[in-house]
Design a protein around this ligand. Sequence first.
Ligand SMILES: NC(=O)c1ccc[n+]([C@@H]2O[C@H](COP(=O)([O-])OP(=O)(O)OC[C@H]3O[C@@H](n4cnc5c(N)ncnc54)[C@H](OP(=O)(O)O)[C@@H]3O)[C@@H](O)[C@H]2O)c1
Length: 241
Amino acid sequence: MTLKTKPFSEQVALVTGGGTGIGRAFAEALTAAGARVFIASRRRDALETAAAEINERVGSERVFTYAFDVRERGQCEALVGHVTERFGSLDVLVNNSGLAVPETVEEITEEGWETVLTTNLKGAMWLVRAALPGMAAREFGDIVNVSSQAGKHGYADVPSYCASKWGLLGFAESVRDHVRKTGANVRVFNFCPGLVDVEHTGADAEPRPGFVHVSNMAKTLMYALSLDRNVVLEDINIYAR
Ligand SMILES: NC(=O)c1ccc[n+]([C@@H]2O[C@H](COP(=O)([O-])OP(=O)(O)OC[C@H]3O[C@@H](n4cnc5c(N)ncnc54)[C@H](OP(=O)(O)O)[C@@H]3O)[C@@H](O)[C@H]2O)c1
């Protein structure tokens, strides 16, 4: 069976947390490849600044902004609806929004646990829940989840973060099984980065010891997306030696 393909120039991507750090590097790479990219998070000013800078670099309006809170189901659904109404499709969903609340297991609070689990796990689930039917119907889509090495190993200072990132991998595995069983032309990629330097991001900047330069995340994303549609690429473990 031949699976549908689409050049990046015809693809529409949504990168949550795309105004900063890893998400911004993803948005830059997707835009450079020709895609139209929505970046979405809470801080409108960070989104606008990033979009203006990227658009200036590529010389056309290819990055678009949307302010939303991934913890709210209704806002996740409205975001997916907005993107698909504006451009007719949502081809690449990047679940990148995330945060940590450092609380050891003896310090965990209801608020800290809820904030981390809802932002990193439940929000990604609502976005996939909203985006997947359209991807299946249009017979094309990619879902990219930014988990962490903290989704593979437990760390005493961030148990809620570890639980959320392990949970994200488990959810992603279920989505992968679902698209395999339903025959949907949708791939699922999981990033499990170690430390990524999101402060020294210039092309020539030296990452801090123990960190990888954020450009390696972007290069790896574009490599993963370039693979044949029938390829399953298991979790991408990427970290500095
Ligand atoms: N940097 C690392 O070493 C590293 C390693 C492993 C995994 N990660 C993961 O990589 C992802 C990106 O992190 P980063 O390092 O690039 O840090 P970052 O710059 O702080 O990015 C996190 C993004 O998440 C967004 N966000 C947070 N809460 C949100 C909410 N309620 N609704 C919508 N968006 C929200 C933030 O935007 P707003 O504040 O505007 O909402 C921000 O753009 C995260 O999932 C993180 O866990 C990072």
